[in-house]
Design a protein around this ligand. Structure first.
Ligand code: FNR
Length: 376
């Protein structure tokens, strides 16, 4: 229990994960802070994500002998200490120089799976090494060049990443005033490009190396990673090049979830990218129940967007998710204290989750169901 682990000492920073955004604002330059905290357009979807959690209330049950609990679960062959993963977040070096390496170390220390972004500031091989024996999944931004795609996938597989998460909702970047107003986009400065820039197939398409000609490399990157949507009939291409489980991230409609099943996918992440893509989109939690019902046990249903507390995790599980991904909170942890900061955030979230599970009268996440909740 983290409370005991503190041994009377003060925590390194707040244990209230809903308060991290405001303390990160004081620590980060405006560009990086707004890149992380910001959302698409007016921020309506980001706010809706949080409001959707507030609209559900847990119903505590008594005298259920919840003293001993087991939060462990297995998702697509990956064992984890609790139904929580670190969402793929790119360009982490904008908040701390150790970036994804620090996150990988913290996640591995707790056995929590990290999903590494294609937009990482460090290469897949470097992050794999930092991750040691820790569980690791790889998130793909699907490039417009099949050879580059195949090469990146082969490298991730060789580096020990087991599950592939394919992000579908960001084939082009949304209208994000928080970045536009500061003209802040890390990729244009060559940050978050380590995976393709270190890739032999990507480099083969350049007349001169990214080190010698950064401007041409960035233009090549932009053409390869933005502006081109894919279609369902392209999924076999990924299946042929990835021999582990494949998860589609960004699903918000039951029909798309059914199509993922029909396409032979292994899982989905019900996600609206933390409100960063479609302003005015439905809250991710609001569509979770109908999606979970549409696909039943045919596919693993994961969830993200707006998870901040142990109670939030329980609500998403009760509404049909097998596990959740958490995004901004651990990035704020990274900003506050590198590897230690990420570890503090994770330990806080897991301890809060465990306590709330206990006090609602449950011994394991599998006992949760829609009956555990009431709509406020
Ligand atoms: C993201 N997200 C994201 N998703 C993805 O598939 N690849 C990526 O590279 C990124 N990069 C990224 C950067 C930043 C700064 C943020 C905040 C988010 C989305 C992420 O995986 C996840 O869907 C959301 O962060 C979940 O919402 P919360 O937990 O941040 O509310």
């Amino acid at each position: 229990m983290y409370l005991n682990g503190l041994g009377g000492r003060l925590p390194p920073f707040t244990t209230d994960l809903t308060a991290l955004e405001s303390s990160a604002r004081e620590r980060l330059e405006p560009g990086p802070f707004r890149y992380v905290a910001g959302a698409a357009g007016s921020g309506a979807t980001d706010r809706a994500n949080r409001a959707a959690f507030d609209a559900w209330r847990l119903v505590p049950r008594m005298l259920r002998d919840a003293t001993v609990r087991d939060l462990r679960t297995t998702v697509l062959g990956t064992r984890m200490p609790a139904p929580v993963l670190l969402a793929p977040v790119g360009v982490q070096s904008i908040v701390h120089p150790d970036g994804e390496l620090a996150t990988a170390r913290a996640a591995a220390a707790l056995g929590v799976p990290m999903v590494l972004s294609t937009a990482s500031s460090h290469t897949v091989e470097e992050v794999a090494e930092a991750s040691g024996d820790g569980p690791r999944w790889f998130q793909l931004y699907w490039p417009n060049d099949d050879e580059v795609c195949a090469s990146i996938l082969a490298r991730a597989r060789a580096a020990g990443f087991t599950t592939l998460v394919v992000t579908l909702d960001t084939w082009t970047l949304a209208w994000r005033p928080h970045d536009l107003d500061l003209s802040y986009l890390p990729f244009i400065r060559g940050i978050g490009t380590a995976v393709p820039y270190s890739d032999p197939a990507f480099r083969a398409g350049l007349a001169r190396s990214p080190e010698k000609d950064p401007t041409s490399a960035v233009l090549h990157w932009v053409r390869m990673f933005t502006g081109t949507d894919k279609s369902w009939d392209r999924l076999p291409f990924l299946r042929q090049r990835w021999d582990g489980p494949i998860v589609l991230k960004g699903i918000q409609h039951p029909d798309d979830a059914r199509r993922a099943v029909a396409a032979g996918m292994d899982g989905i992440v019900v996600s609206n990218h933390g409100g960063r893509q479609v302003d005015g989109a439905v809250a991710s939690l609001d569509v979770l129940p109908e999606i979970a019902e549409a696909v039943g046990d045919e596919i693993e249903v994961l969830f993200d967007s707006g998870v901040r507390t142990g109670a939030d995790v329980l609500k998403a599980l009760a509404l049909g998710a097998k596990a959740v991904l958490v995004g901004r909170p651990y990035v704020y942890g990274l900003a506050h204290g590198g590897e230690d900061g990420v570890r503090h955030v994770l330990r806080s979230l897991l301890a809060d989750l465990d306590l709330t599970l206990a006090l609602t009268g449950h011994r394991s996440p599998a006992e949760l169901s829609p009956q555990s909740l009431r709509h406020a």
